[in-house]
Ligand binder design. Structure first.
Ligand code: RAM
Length: 889
């Protein structure tokens, strides 16, 4: 059965601009050995007319096809079916739809509108709690509205909308969609995403009102840590651009577009900034302003100001929107000695609070400050937020009860300090978790509750930092799309969630941030003030990320879309380092960032040079660029040779003699075969000498468990996992962490907090060990040469655990593993989706005694024995569910 149909890696996307969308499906089957014989995809228009028929495609491993029909029409819904034929000839089908967006910037007619920025509001003298407004020169949000008549309720209504800034838009008072922080963060100088919404049910016969609020967001608010600018990285005031397309029963159409006949006013949101926070003055609310019967000449409304008409940078968003994905109840509410309350949500996360406030008089202020930790005295600790105020302010109106939730900001926090209320019940304050709504795809659990907590902390780090773009941290004045952080965490992220569309969107920013010389940046979207030229391991993300996405999702377009940029990057490094040791143009060379033991910079850089050249060659091969494949393949071989000549001794010692030096050499396959055993031995010694312990930073940390495992030392990987002294993964968890810290020693009881200048408690980079929990501990992996989970590798590493299991929704279907070890019996359950095959490594003391479903493996249906290794039996299986049992002490 096909299920989980996707178009462009999204379920039922509304408003895509891709002319040849990828249509994909997953497969399930209850029968062992089931494999599809082939598929057929048909695409139809809304009226049922066939638009494209792939015809029967005889490809047993395919789970996707690119649309290959006539040019798609703009703003049109297409329905598609996939029919899968089993090897027995039986067919099963499933249906879905996608809808095109504007398809071309030239299709737009709307203008960018706002409140005339030359009209200054009378702003009250700042009072307590309006610090941000006073200090930072922030401006009130803007309201825009347009009344319109509909002769009859339309048969279809679509709203295409974006902002330079952030928008929230309503039809007749009802909020449209559930996207938060839309349109998201792009380098607005190059591209601005728009979103499409189905508003058919919201438009009525007669008078209607389209009404929006816009705020600064990334466009004109504070971004990052560049203190030279008072916000305004891209522009100085927010603007809205929207088109409402109405289709009537008689086939006629109307468009309501932003233009000079809209009205504008200052919003009661006195300021809203991603870093500083939001202030909402309810005394200024004018209920009904967004309804059709609102007085058109109400106080404060003016003719909207047309700021610009350039529509050339508009593109449909490809990533899933940020949404309020879940809510966290307050775990404790503690009254503070000086007044106010301290709320603990029990979890560090990105988002904001929703507060119900009662008994306030007009003008009363409720101030909500956010922080990740408490200081020694039990008060909110905010020093590590640097210049981010992260403070929301409610100024009460006349209502007996007010529900306040800021709309145009978010914070990274676990604790909130609320002042200005005489009482606060736990039920009156809720944490609202925001993140890019990447469908969760993985589950992991094992018999060690500490390791489970680590997995949870890693997952919360992912949730907190996938907010529009992959950020380093969600709390301080930074929150930038740092390339290395994303690159090292990507393998973990891909196992936790379906991040294909999310990274497809971000890679546009990575390419956009590339210099004319070919240098990728250190952050994407590009930002003035953060050094432009990519450092080793940072810039290389422009190569490593597309390659990994291709492997996980089997979608060659990740390579097609990025290959030119990958080649330009490798050429850039090569051009400036003709002797093949990367020592020139290393950008800010962050090396093995925050490593307890530093690795020589040229070793690390040259290793990445070789890796990027090798992956670029493989990418070129996949997309059929033979010349490029040969050229980069030869370059990679030369860089590897140079690496060995310059940095590796005859017994496999790598210059610097650090864990990360060996990890890079081994993970990137830089060493000739005869030097590998010596390098592995030395790596193991270094790990053992350290405790066993690790001395790696951002670039080494994700490699340590996989490399030790790949070279027969899974025992050491387990030892690192169990370690509780710093540097280790469990140490922060012993000290209250609920997300992975930026630094191994972000807090120690002896010394207290690390330097406030750089000490995030929610940074996912060091959590990149998450990948090995799935691949190593639970044993859920794909084979080295496999893409899109076609060829699985099931190889659990039990260590001293008594059980572990993982489930993963791959592009092909559900893969799962689960093992237990009890009373000398090892039991392993495996599920393989149709069309995939798997090699299963069963750890055992008695390979000859292994059974499947109670039957000796040699006789078990669908199982073939592939060989034995030291204390293991290898079997090959096809799709279906299996249960192996083996003797294991
Ligand atoms: C820090 C960021 C990020 C890292 C860079 C080098 O400021 O938090 O994690 O990649 O520096």
């Amino acid at each position: 059965m096909p299920y989980g149909l996707r178009c462009e890696h999204r379920a039922e996307p509304l408003g895509i601009d891709e002319p040849e969308p990828l249509l994909s499906w997953r497969l399930s089957s209850g029968r062992r050995g089931d494999a599809p014989g082939g598929f057929r995809v048909r695409v139809r228009a809304e009226d049922g007319a066939q638009v494209w028929d792939s015809g029967p495609v005889d490809d047993p491993s395919a789970v996707s096809v690119r649309y290959g029909g006539p040019a798609l029409r703009p703003r049109t819904r297409y329905r598609w079916t996939v029919e899968v034929t089993g090897t027995d000839g039986a067919t099963a089908r499933e249906e879905s739809w996608f809808e095109t967006g504007m398809l071309s910037p030239s299709a737009w007619s709307a203008a960018w509108i706002t409140h005339d920025p030359s009209v200054q509001d009378v702003v009250d003298a700042p009072e307590e709690g309006e610090v941000a407004l006073a200090d930072h020169g922030l401006q009130p949000a803007v309201r825009l509205r347009r009344a319109f008549e509909a002769p009859a309720a339309p048969v279809a209504a679509r709203l295409y909308v974006t902002a330079r800034g952030l928008y929230e838009i309503r039809v007749n008072g009802t909020r449209v969609g559930d996207a938060e922080l839309a349109p998201g963060w792009t380098d607005y100088r190059d591209r601005i995403d728009y979103q499409a919404y189905d508003v058919t049910g919201l438009v009525r016969t007669g008078a209607n009102m389209l009404a929006a609020t816009i705020a600064d967001g990334w466009w004109s608010g504070f971004v990052g840590f560049d203190e030279r600018r008072s916000g305004a990285h891209y522009g100085t005031f927010p603007q809205l651009l929207a088109e409402l397309h109405l289709v009537h029963a008689d086939g006629s159409a109307d468009v309501v577009a932003t233009c000079g006949d809209w009205q504008s006013a200052r919003s009661p949101v006195r300021y809203a900034d991603l870093l500083m926070g939001e202030c909402h003055d309810l005394r200024r609310e004018t209920p009904g302003w967004d309804l059709p019967d609102a007085g058109h000449d109400g106080e404060g409304w003016r003719t909207a100001w047309v700021a610009a008409t350039d529509r050339s940078r508009l593109t449909a968003s490809v990533a899933p929107p940020v949404r309020a994905v879940r809510e966290l109840p307050a775990r404790t509410v503690t009254p503070l000695a000086g007044g106010g309350f301290l709320v603990d949500f029990g979890q560090n996360f990105a988002g904001r609070v929703r507060l119900t406030a009662r008994g306030l008089a007009p003008g009363d202020r409720v101030v909500i400050r956010h922080g990740e930790a408490l200081d020694e005295a039990g008060a909110l600790y905010t020093a590590n937020l640097r210049t981010a105020d992260a403070t929301d302010v409610l100024i009460a109106g006349g209502d007996a009860e007010t529900v306040f939730e800021p709309r145009f900001t978010y914070h990274g926090f676990r604790y909130a300090e609320v002042t200005g209320l005489s009482a606060l019940d736990a039920g009156d304050i809720t944490g609202v978790v925001l993140h890019s709504d990447t469908p969760w795809a993985g589950e992991f659990t094992c018999s060690d509750p500490d390791v489970d907590r680590l997995h949870e902390a890693i997952s919360w780090g992912q949730r907190s930092n996938f907010v529009g773009v992959p950020t380093d941290c969600p709390q301080r004045d930074e929150r930038l799309g740092w390339l290395a952080d994303a690159q090292v965490f990507l393998p973990t992220a891909c196992l936790n969630a379906d991040v294909a569309a999310f990274f497809d969107g971000w890679l546009r920013e990575v390419r956009g941030a590339q210099s004319p010389d070919g240098a990728f940046g250190n952050v994407a979207p590009r930002l003035a003030g953060v050094s432009d030229e990519g450092a080793p391991g940072w810039g290389d993300a422009g190569v490593l990320v597309p390659w990994h996405l291709y492997r996980v999702y089997g979608d060659e377009r990740f390579l097609e879309r990025n290959l030119d940029a990958m080649c330009a990057w490798v050429d850039h490094v090569h051009r400036h380092n003709p002797d093949l040791v990367w020592s020139n143009r290393t950008g800010p060379h962050f090396a093995d960032w925050l490593a307890p033991t530093p690795t020589p910079r040229d070793v690390l850089a040259t290793a990445y040079f070789a890796r990027s050249a090798a992956l670029t060659a493989r990418a070129a091969e996949v997309v059929g660029s033979e010349e490029a494949a040969a050229r980069y393949g030869a370059l990679a071989a030369h860089v590897r040779k140079t690496f060995t000549e310059r940095f590796v001794s005859a017994d496999g010692r790598v210059h610097g003699d650090t864990q990360t030096a060996y990890l890079l050499a081994l993970a990137f396959e830089l060493l000739p075969d005869d030097l590998v055993p010596g390098a592995v031995r030395r790596l193991a010694e270094l790990v053992e000498e350290a405790g066993p312990g690790l001395t790696t930073g951002f670039l080494g940390v994700g490699l340590i468990a996989p490399v030790l495992d790949a070279h027969g030392r899974a025992d050491l990987a387990h030892a690192l996992l169990r370690r509780t002294d710093p540097p280790s993964w469990l140490y922060p968890l012993r000290h209250g962490a609920t997300t992975v810290w930026e630094r191994w020693d972000g807090y120690t009881p002896e010394r207290g907090f690390q330097a406030a200048a750089m000490n995030s408690f929610n940074h996912y980079a060091l959590g990149s060990v998450g990948e090995w929990l799935y691949r190593g501990v639970a044993g859920l992996d794909q084979a080295p040469g496999s893409t899109g989970y076609r060829e699985l590798l099931i190889r659990p590493r039990p260590g001293a655990l008594s059980g572990a299991s993982a489930r993963y929704e791959s592009v092909r279907g559900l893969v799962s593993t689960g093992w237990t070890r009890r009373d000398g019996v090892f039991e392993l359950r495996v599920a393989v989706p149709p069309g995939a095959t798997a090699t299963v490594h069963i750890p055992t003391d008695d390979p000859a005694g292994v059974r499947e479903g109670g039957t000796p493996v040699a006789d078990a249906p669908g199982v073939s024995v592939a060989g034995t290794g030291p204390r293991e039996l290898r079997c090959r299986i096809g799709s279906g569910d299996y249960r192996f049992t083996a003797a294991l002490q």
